[in-house]
Design a protein around this ligand. Structure first.
Ligand code: SF4
Length: 248
């Protein structure tokens, strides 16, 4: 992979892309064996280009059906990719949106990357998140079917709204439910260390529990039921529900 970067990139971009590829590959390490290096390189480069083109916008989103002649790789269905500053429960919020649309997820790659951008928003360096001035989330979802043009556009709009709008039901309800003076900050730090649940073999109980910073024993054995909160938000969360019940 890194050899392909040096072969294909000019000397100015090669070090940046190489660092991005390293962070991306740390997330696909287990599955990379036997995978076509050329296809993986093209997938990784596509995600990098999306992040690089974000320029100062709060979020970059694209949904498309990969075509080998155009994208350099194929997938079973639609690919949805995003880039934004890292925020709590991004994967979970977008997963919930996909689930609500009846679309299954067959693969997720979600590296957290440290970046330096210049005053025009261009990425000039990619580092380990602990060593960078900005921490960004990159998400690559592969879906179980190819969506049509209208569905692709609607999915892009909905994903942008979910990421831009901190009132997304799941995130908001959970954040509101957790008694902490600065819950958002606490969750961000915790989410960075969490293990992303496999969409193919989700964990028992609540599917978010492997990366949820406030999970309790019950979360491992019982799937939470959807609850409507006073604000009209809905969320399936044992902790949020317990807080709600304690408050009435
Ligand atoms: S049910 Fe448990 S694991 Fe799931 S989001 Fe709520 S606290 Fe976290």
């Amino acid at each position: 992979m890194l050899a392909l970067v040096d072969e294909r990139m000019d000397s100015e971009r090669a070090p940046i892309v190489r660092a991005f590829v390293r962070e991306y590959m740390r997330r696909v390490e287990g599955e990379a064996h036997g995978q076509d290096a050329e296809a993986l390189f093209n997938e990784t480069l596509g995600v990098f280009e999306l992040a690089a083109a974000r320029d100062g916008a709060p979020v970059a989103v694209r949904a498309f059906n990969p075509v080998p002649a155009e994208h350099g790789y194929a997938a079973r269905g639609t690919v949805l990719e995003t880039n934004t500053e890292d925020l709590p429960f991004l994967v979970d919020s977008v997963s919930a949106e996909l689930e609500a649309r009846g679309v299954g997820i067959v693969r997720i790659v979600h590296p957290i990357i440290g970046t330096e951008r210049d005053d025009r928003g261009r990425i000039v360096a990619v580092r380990h998140p602990r060593e960078a001035s900005a921490i960004e989330s990159v998400m690559h979802f592969e879906l179980d079917r190819a969506l049509g043009p209208e569905e692709l556009a609607a999915l892009e709009d909905a994903t942008r709204r979910v990421i831009e709008d901190p009132r997304h039901p799941y995130t908001k309800a959970l954040l509101e439910a957790i008694p902490h003076p600065d819950p958002e900050r606490r969750l961000v730090g915790s989410v960075l260390e969490g293990e992303i649940p496999s969409p193919i073999a989700p964990p028992s109980g609540c599917r978010f529990r492997t990366r949820c910073p406030v999970a309790i024993d019950r979360c491992a054995v019982e799937e939470p039921e959807m609850t409507v909160f006073g604000t009209g938000h809905t969320a399936a969360c044992h902790v949020a529900r317990a807080e709600l019940e304690a408050s009435v």
